[in-house]
Each structure stands twice: as C-alpha cells, then as structure tokens.
Design a protein around this ligand. Sequence first.
Ligand code: PEP
Ligand code: MN
Length: 684
Amino acid sequence: MTKEKESTNKNNELSNLRDDINSIDTDIIKLLTKRRNVSKEVVQFKESSVIPVRNKEREKEILNKLIEEGKKSGLDSHYITTIFNTILADSVRVQHTHIQDKLNPNSNLDIARVAFTGIEGSRGHVAACQHMDRKGVEGAYVSCKSFNQLFDLLESGKAEYALLPVENTISGGINEAYDFLLQRRPSIIGEEKLRTTHSCFAMSPITAGDIKIIYATPDDLQQCSSFIDKLGDVEIRYVRYSAQAIENLKKDKSKNTAAIGFLSASLTEGLEVVSDEIANHRESFTRFLVISRKPVEVDPQIPSKTSLVIATGQEPGALVNALLVFQEYGVQMSKLESRPLLGNPWEEMFYVDIDGNVKEERIIAALNDVTKRVRFIKVLGSYPKDGIDAAKLGPNSEAVSNKTKKKEIATAKAPSIKTDSKSESYRLGSRAYKAEDTVIDVKGVKIGGDNFLVIAGPCSVESEGQINDCAKHAQEQGVQILRGGCFKPRTSPYSFQGLGYKGLEFLVNAGKHYGLPVVTEVLAPEDVQKVSETADILQVGARNMQNFTLLNEVGKTSRPVMLKRGMSASILELLQAAEYILNQGNQQVFLCERGIRTFETATRNTLDLSAVPVLRSKTHLPVIVDPSHAAGERDLVIPLVLAAKAVGAHGVMVEFHPEPAKALSDGPQALLYSQLEDMMQQIA
Ligand code: PEP
Ligand code: MN
C-alpha cells in the first residue's frame, strides 16, 4: 500500500468513527428529550395525588443503581453522578415549572416582554433569556439604559418582567439596585444566578503582551485586576456594560486593542480569545431578581424564598430584636442588606431574604411577630429558589434533615391571632394581633406609652416669621411637636388654601431651628412622597379619613402617620382606615379624635371623649385628642385637654397663634400665647 493510500484509508476510518460519535450524540439528545417528556407525564400524577415533586430518596436509589450499572461497563461513579445529577435536576425543574404555571395561569403568556439593563449580549440579557427558557415562554427582550428606565417600563405595563442584578459573589451587593427595591417595591417572582466568566478578546490573534488599549467596565477591571496588572502600560477605556466593551472593540479596528468581556455566544463571534478565565477568582456568580407588577403564588412543594423590606427604630438592638423572630421560628435568613432611608439621616431600611413561602404557617406566624417589632414591613414576594441541590449519597442525610425540620416546627409558636368577627376587618391594628401598646419614636419624642404628648402650632403656616415665632414659643413652653398646615382642606374654595411647599419649607426650617419634629397634613396622594421627604409626621385630616388612595400612599412611606377621625365616621371605620395604612407596610400610625357631627350646635363639633377608652381597648395604636377643632372656641380648649388626659389619651394637639384675630384660618379656636403657657402648666 502506498503511503498516500494508507493515509486516505486512515482518514476514512476516522471520519466513520466521527460519524458514529455524532449519531450517538444525536441519540443521546433524543433520549434526553424522551426522558423529559416522561417526566412531564409523571408530574401529572404527582399533582393529582399529594406525592411531593421531589423525592430525594428515590433520586438516591436511581443514582446508586446507575452507579452499579456503570461500574459493570467501566464507567466511574463520579462520571455517572455528575451526568445524572444534571439530568435529575432538569427533571425536577421541569416538574416545578409545570406546577407553577398551573398555579399562575397569567404567567402562561405566549410571548412576554422582558426588560434588562445593558445591551444585547450583556449579562442581564443572558439572565433574561435563561429565565424565559426555564419558563418555556418566548421573550421579547427590551434593553434599558438605567434601573430607572427598567422600573418605569415595568410599572407602566410596557414589560411583563424585568431582571434586576442585585449582587455578585465577588464584588458584592449592588447598592443602587437595593435602593430601587426599597423605594419602588416591585413584586419579586424569581431569581436567576448566572455564572460570570471573564475573557480577554481581540480582533486578531495577538498575545497579552501586544495589548495597548483595553475596553472594560470598572467592575470587570476590578475582578480581573491581576491580569490587568501583568499587562503593564496599557490605556484603559471605561464602558458601562461588558457587552459595550466588545462592541467598541469591533468598531476599533486596531490590532493592539482588546476588550474584557463576558463569553456570550451572540456577541463574541469572529473574535479571538487572547486569554480566558482571567478573573482573580474563577467562581463568580451574579444574582438577578426577576421582578413583576403582581406577585406569584408558589406551590408549597417547591423550595422557595421570600423577600421583604423592613425598617426598625433607632433604639439599640431594634434590628436584632426583629430578626431574632426568625431564629425563634427556625426560619433561615439568607440575606440582609441595609440602605439609608431618604430624608431620614442615619436611619436605615433593610432588605431581607428568608427561606420559605408566605403561604406556610410557620412563615405567616414569624412575619406576624416581626410586624409587631418593626416600624415598616412589606413582603415583596415568595418565589422558587434558583438552584436545585443534588441528592447527597451520604449516610442517611435525608433522615437527619427530617429530624431537624421536625424540631423547628415543634419549637415554633402557634400564630397568636385571635379572631373576633369585627377585629378581622382591622387585623393589624387590633389588640388580638398585638397586645402591647405601640410606642412611636420621632427624633426622640415618644408617641404612646407613658409620655403625655403635646402637639401645638398654628392652624396654617402663614409666613416664615409667623411659624418661627410659634416654634420659638412652643419650644419655650415644652411643646414636643410643632404643627402647621401647608396644604389646607378648606370648606370654601375662596378661603386661604395654604402656602404649599413654600410653607412646608418654612415649617421644616422652624422645626429644625428649635429642635421640634413637625407634623403637617397631606391632601393629595401625589404629594405624599415629596412631603414625606422633609416632614417628620404626615397628617391625614378628618375630611380624608376614607380617601383610600391617600391612605395607601402614606402607608408606603416610613414616616409616622397621624390619622384624624372623620367627622361622620364611626370608631370602627376609623380603625379600618388605619388598617389601610398598616396593610401597606407602615406600622407607625396614631389616631386622633377631633370631634364628630351631632345635632349639637353650641360647639363646632362634639368631642367624643368616650372614643378614647373604646379605641384603647380595641387597638394597640396610640390615641390623641384634638380639642381645638372639636370645640371651635379657644376658651373651651384647656378644660377639654384636661379631660382628654383624664380619660387616658396619649396626648393632645392644639392650635395657637401669635395674633388669633389676624389668623388666616381657624382664628376663633386658636389659643393665645398666654393660654398655651397656662395649658402646659395645668397639664404638668
Ligand atoms: C387640622 O388639624 O389642620 C385640620 C384641618 O383638622 P381636621 O382634619 O380635624 O378638620
Ligand atoms: Mn385648623
């Protein structure tokens, strides 16, 4: 045989073998597909009976059998375990998805719009595709330049889902993302973990030593600092997204230009890899939250996580005290991030992840208890955990974890909610829910508890001079909180309507100057966010007690809210109105009795003092009295203040004015300076 012929024969043989391998691979794919389909049929049985989706014992059995079989053909157990763990995980995932889709039929869209930050091929895009693949829904991907745009698209209904990167296992939490979560509070419906690899690319085959210019994001540079240091003198050009580094490289035709990027097939075609796996640490993951407008329900069979936002008081140990609840109930906490609270220097909000589902009794009970210990709480959602832990082949691992689970449930307290037919409608505010009195702390002033609170100030902020003068007098007399209306709810449109934001600025400055927290009324839902940035307490007036949009809006803030009783509202309706605020997350609500409409005309309203002991028996929220608006006449105010104290109110709110005769609103009921002084002495 000639040498040539010999080589052709060999080539033929090789190509035959390659064909064999290719056809075996195709068979493997066919078998994997077949296996997946059978797995889908299996789940139908599991849902009709109550068999749990995950049966680690059965998985172990399967693995052990396969390992035995593999050994017979000379395949080692590690090889078999690795491959079949992946296959088993896929099966579990397919079954979970099936159950979730049945539970949340709305998520069964044919095509869903998914927003991500970055450009095509960036990590956000890849994570978005990964999520939609898993759901088996086609995605229409919308690229965003900023988190702001991402949230706007979601909230305006222009996207069904959005992918928000929250942390990287090497570079840590992404502060801006947490700020958005805390402020915009979307529903979290899933998480995606994406392995992040870093490679250095160029347009032609060069070596690292040839690089003169390199495109990269600051974060990628930090993660690949050892590689960069070795390059010596190179010019670094910063970009916002890794995908942009690659795009710039493609535009920049120079041979000595490189880019650090993320190995994403769609983008890196036609590029040369100068060096791969160049990050200081190889194992790096980015975690994305999948957010939506509406929460999803998670089947109890599926391992899940719950995310929440809480704010605690500033007193020492407040956070620990709240988090201890999770320990008491055996709830595992997997994340705690703190971020400063806008407008409240040195105060913080916390983002917390716990293992478990809001539908579980244990989680319900734990969250009920946490609610009693915090100023603000909002559950952002329960969602399936990303990552399916492989069945472990250790000795009896399942039996051990079952034992610890049982113990946790045994030590968990039963939910402490007693139900009586009416208090159901104001659950969070009821004594049945929380027996002990709520005490609100505003810059060191206690509302509730043993302190008899005095709030005083003019009906309206009329000028800078007027409110400063009032603040000075209030402070000298021992008043604890300064009031002043800036947005006035006037019965006639021709009456003085308040100075608005200008007035708020005067009030806040006066309060700061004299060391008094301030309270002011908000009239419109759209003003709530802005007013809450500077006012220490938000007031919802009598005329708005059942403005549910407004109640929901103040419920989203972390400022204490003074809710006044409507002039024709029953005590029950007042409690139900307070419930709107509590239900939105804000636990710092106090109530104010200010007189109701009766047939009596001798006073502006009739002060319903019996509301005080009634409210105090029904609710843990502090209760104060406003005799000024009840009586409408200054000489009646002091006796009613004393009466309020006698019936157990936690404090009073009164109006006073430097020159009541010239007041722009409620002059007749405004106390003179001397009367305020007299009142303070009599209270003492
Ligand atoms: C006020 O306190 O400024 C006020 C307008 O009171 P009410 O809402 O009770 O009438
Ligand atoms: Mn008034």
